[in-house]
Every structure is written in structure tokens, then in C-alpha cells.
Design a protein around this ligand. Sequence first.
Ligand SMILES: Nc1ncnc2c1ncn2[C@@H]1O[C@H](COP(=O)(O)OP(=O)(O)OP(=O)(O)O)[C@@H](O)[C@H]1O
Ligand SMILES: [Mg+2]
Length: 258
Amino acid sequence: MNTATPHATPAVAAGADAALQVRDLVAGYTPGLDILRGVNLRVERREIVTVLGPNGAGKSTLIKTIAGLVPVRRGEVLLAGRSLVGVAAHRMVTLGLAYVPQTGNVFARLSIEENLQLGACARHDGAGIAEDLERMYQLFPRLRERRRQAAGTLSGGERQLVAVARALMARPTTLMLDEPSAGLSPKLVGVVFDKVREVRDLGVTLLIVEQNAKAALAISDRGYVLAQGREQVSGAARELLANPEVGALYLGVRRGLT
Ligand SMILES: Nc1ncnc2c1ncn2[C@@H]1O[C@H](COP(=O)(O)OP(=O)(O)OP(=O)(O)O)[C@@H](O)[C@H]1O
Ligand SMILES: [Mg+2]
């Protein structure tokens, strides 16, 4: 059933570290101009959490700041309780955090298989890498058929799957996706989000940034609405879907949430 049925919230012992936690996060690109102005967010292990919000709200900035690509001015980012502030972006993957950017997320001239192998470039366990490659082809059978094809020749949806598979090749505990459904037809949006759910079932925690509120919340446990640099509303995905204030103020009524 393709509805907003929430997945069981994982049992969390009191005081246990979240998979990912952001506390009072302030960040921006240019001095004196904060884009994030005190964001708080928590993702439990094996949860799917979606961040929604209008264009320019700072969604990509949030994900890039967590990934170490935008400097933190104040606040904390914790991965399983460990601070990521000051950790270089290229080291995040070795700590278990992977990130699929909003654009430019495949190497167009390399084959699908080369793209996937690059995802494992920080690993040295050859047998494990081969196993994971096979696992990716099981998860994404379309990619197996096309594994020798240049990634740039794939459809938008297939490219998105390559980007997700490449990120998974690093064996992350937590995966962040910036607008995985951008530019996809409604049918492909369904394909990509179904796969996101399967990825969670493999044991991965997911933080997703999306414009496509309805489709993203349908597969999420919880969501946050970001606007003016702060999280304005948060709650169970089903509650956000039903919240008229959320629909009207932050998601655009024309997106057809009701
Ligand atoms: N590299 C950059 N340098 C300076 N300012 C930037 C940069 N990237 C983004 N910004 C600014 O930060 C603000 C938030 O942008 P961001 O890309 O985080 O928004 P978003 O919520 O992801 O929007 P969209 O839904 O359009 O992807 C915008 O005002 C934008 O102009
Ligand atoms: Mg963005």
C-alpha cells in the first residue's frame, strides 16, 4: 500500500545517541550572513527523516553543512554522538556519513560500474567491495543490465539510482540525499522513493531534503519544515501531511497536499 503509513519508530533507549543530531546550528557562506540560524534536528537509527521547505530556505545548506562543506559558525553536528564539526568533508565517508548532492552526482563519462567502484575508493577490503557491488546490482537490477554504459547516457531516474548506489558503496551508516526526485517524472519518483525505503531496510539511516513533499513524507517516519533558517514545524510524517498550516505556509497549497 503506497500510503503515509508510518514505520514503527525505532525503540530508543533514554539518552541513547541519535544516528545524527544537529543542535542550534548556525552556518553560512559569506561573513555576516547566516543562512542557518539555529537549526535543531534529530534522526534516530534506521529512521527516514525528510526536511521540507521553500526554495532558498537553506535545505541544501543544511545538508552541506552536516557534510562538512559549509563552515559551522555555532552549534553542533553529532554522528552517533561524535562531533563532526571541523571534520574535513572527504573524511566524513570514513566515519559513516555519505551524501548525494542535488546536482552533478554522477561521473557522466565513467561507466555505471566505475561510478560504483569510486564509491568504495576509501575502502581496502577487495572481497567486501565485490560483495557490495553484487548487492547493489541486486538492489538496482537496471544498473546491472547497463553496467558498462556511461552514466551520462542514463535517464534522470537511473542516474539518481547510480548516485545512491555509489554512496552506499562506502557502507555508510547514515545517508543524506539532496532532492533525489528533482526533475523526475511521477513514475520515476515512485521508483526512487521505493528504493530509498529498501535502503533503510538494509539498516541505513536516511536524511532527505525534498521539494516533493507528498512523495517524500509518504516514505518517511518524521519530517521537519525549514524556513527562514530554522526548523519551523516538525512531527510524524503523517501529521505533517495532514497539517493545513504546513501545506499552506511552507509547502505551497498548489503542491496538492490536501
Ligand atoms: N555557494 C553559495 N554561496 C553563497 N550563497 C549561497 C550558496 N549556496 C546557496 N546560497 C544561498 O543560501 C540560501 C539557501 O540556499 P539553499 O541552496 O540552501 O536553499 P534550498 O532550500 O536548498 O533551495 P532549493 O529548494 O532551491 O534547492 C540562498 O539564499 C542561496 O542564495
Ligand atoms: Mg537545495
